[in-house]
Structures are given as C-alpha cells and as structure tokens.
Write a protein that binds this ligand. Structure first.
Ligand code: COA
Ligand code: MG
Length: 290
C-alpha cells in the first residue's frame, strides 16, 4: 500500500503551486477543482490540471485531483477534462452514499478501457464531511475496491451539524473516530482534516500527533510549510523502531520458551502490545519505501 502521510492541497488553477508541490517530496498532492477554485474558473482549472499532469515531473509524489461533488453540475466535466492525463486517483468531496462512489468507479472502468489504462488502477479517496456521510460510513468504506482511504473533513462537518470549532476539536471527536474505525474495519487508510493555521507549527504537530494516536495514517495539508512536520509525525523515530524491535525479540524468546504474557521494564506485554510494535515497524518500513 502506498504511504500517504501528508496530502497537500493546492488550487488546480495555480500552475506555480502545482509545480511547487511537485518538488517538495510530499507523499501526495491534491489538485483542487472544488472549494479552492472560484466558480468562474473551473474550466481554466480543469485545463491547468490536465496540462500539469502531462508536463510536470512529480517524482514519487502521488497525483490526485479533487473533483466537485458527485451528483452536482460540475463533476462530470471535471472527470472528462482530466482522466486522459491519467491522475493516480480522484478525491471525492461531500460523499454521503456508496452510490456516488459507484457512479465514478463505473465511469472510470470505461475511461480506463478507452485509454488503455489497467482496469481499476485509478484510486478513489472519499471525503466524509457531513452528518449523513458519517451515518453512512459503513457503505462508503465498503463501496468499491478503488477506495484507498477515507478522508475526514472537519470544517464542512462542523458547519453541517451546527457545531462550533474549538482548537481541541472535541466537537468533531465522534466523527473523527468514526472515520478511523470504519477505515480500519475495511482495511483502508484514514486521513485527517486540514489544519487551518498556516503559521502554527507547534499546534500543527500537536494535532497531527493526536491524529496518529487515534489511528490516522495521514493528514491533509494546505501549505508547503506543513508537509515536513506532518510527515515526520507519521514516521516512527529510530528510538521508537528500536523499542519495537526489542519488544518483538523479547516476545519471540518468551513464545519459544512457552510463555505468552511477560513483564518488560515493569510493564505487562502480551499480544495487543506486540501488534502495536509490529505496526510501528510497518509504518517505518512504509516510510523508507516512499
Ligand atoms: N501548494 C503549493 N505551493 C503553495 C501552497 C500550496 N498549497 N501554498 C502556498 N504555496 C507557495 C506559494 O505559491 C509561495 O510560493 P513562492 O514563494 O514561490 O511565491 C510559497 O508557497 C509561500 O506561500 P505564502 O505566501 O506563505 O502563502 P500564500 O499567501 O501565497 O497562500 C494560501 C496562502 C492559503 C492561499 C495557500 O497556502 C493555498 O492556496 N493553500 C491551499 C488552498 C486550497 O487548496 N484549498 C482547498 C482545500 S482546503
Ligand atoms: Mg470540504
């Protein structure tokens, strides 16, 4: 599975920002056609994204396009104008049902056949950002094998339920946790919402750390400055890797001697602790592959 620790948004009509994003070493970029683009500039943004996909050198960065809401007036034109330039995937905003994902997936099968792309190769990353979306997470997460990650959108969600945003985010904790739980139940990645303050690296790190603790595998970014600190939070430190290895070695020695649970440094160790250590090693391994 591709590692997606930071996913950097930029307006699709800004070629300079697309080029800047392509050179940052960020895991994924999301060229936006939805809320980051003015209504009268959607056609120009579609053309700009298609040209960038063909012309810009993105290295190992994943190239995603956020289209407008499926079922609305813009999304079909968004897909038609960009698919031939072969993005790695589409980010779908305001998803509330499996049907919205199925519509795009079916359409992509035909486009993939037409352009000779491998069937099913274009990924889908739905953003769940409404009360109805949260209530329907189960059908959304399991809608289609193209779904690679569930993304949580806190600002739209808070607006939809009439919540008032706080810096601790207690008003979105239920929805955030629901997104992670459903993502994990369906074996896809979980990506957290944007951090709006552009000049607050300590706050960004604290919130990213909180998301890591909840089980998220990545977070949306909106400024180049946010990328490195975010990717660092989702990458285990050498000390964390060494501690995880030590736990697993001790566990293997105890298993060989016929013991399950044991004590290490004054703490009980059994299978859930070992699984957590294995997950640290898996994250470290994925980060070195990126
Ligand atoms: N992606 C790529 N490059 C970006 C960027 C982004 N998201 N945000 C800023 N940059 C670039 C700027 O173009 C500028 O480049 P330069 O130094 O070569 O001129 C540099 O980074 C510094 O930018 P800065 O002046 O600090 O920010 P700004 O005032 O130009 O832009 C925002 C502020 C919020 C408009 C901008 O960060 C942005 O467009 N963010 C993404 C918005 C978006 O996509 N929203 C929809 C999803 S929530
Ligand atoms: Mg939104």
């Amino acid at each position: 599975m591709r590692v997606r620790r930071a996913l950097l948004f930029m307006p699709g009509d800004s070629r300079p920002k697309i080029e800047k994003g392509a050179a940052l070493g960020v895991d994924s970029i999301i060229m936006d056609l939805e809320d980051g683009v003015a209504l009268n500039n959607k056609p120009a943004a579609r053309a700009s994204i298609a040209a960038a996909l063909r012309e810009v050198e993105f290295g190992s960065t994943e190239r995603l396009v956020r289209i407008n809401p499926v079922g609305g007036e813009f999304y079909a034109d968004d897909l038609m104008a960009t698919v031939a330039a072969r993005p790695d995937g589409y980010v779908l905003p305001k998803v509330e049902s499996a049907q919205q994902i199925e519509i795009v997936s079916e359409w992509l099968f035909q486009a993939e056949a037409e352009y000779g792309f491998p069937q099913g190769s274009i990924a889908l990353l739905p953003i769940v950002e409404s009360a109805r979306g949260i209530v329907n997470l189960r059908e959304i997460a399991g809608a289609d094998p193209r779904v690679a990650a569930l993304i949580f959108g806190a600002e739209d969600f808070a607006g939809d339920v009439g919540a008032i945003r706080t810096s601790e985010g207690k008003e979105v904790l239920y929805a955030r946790s629901a997104v992670v739980t459903h993502a994990k139940a369906f074996n896809v990645q979980a990506v957290d919402t944007v951090y709006l303050k552009l000049d607050d690296t300590p706050g960004l790190i604290a919130e990213t750390r909180f998301c890591l603790e909840l089980g998220f595998t990545g977070k949306l970014a909106i400024h180049p400055r946010q990328v490195a600190p975010m990717q660092a939070v989702f990458t285990p430190t050498p000390d964390e890797v060494a501690a995880a290895r030590r736990l697993i070695e001790a566990h293997e020695a105890h298993q060989a001697a016929g013991t399950g649970a044991f004590a290490l440094d004054g703490k009980m160790v059994d299978m859930p602790i070992i699984r957590a250590a294995q997950s640290v090693l898996a994250r470290a391994e994925a980060a070195t592959r990126s």
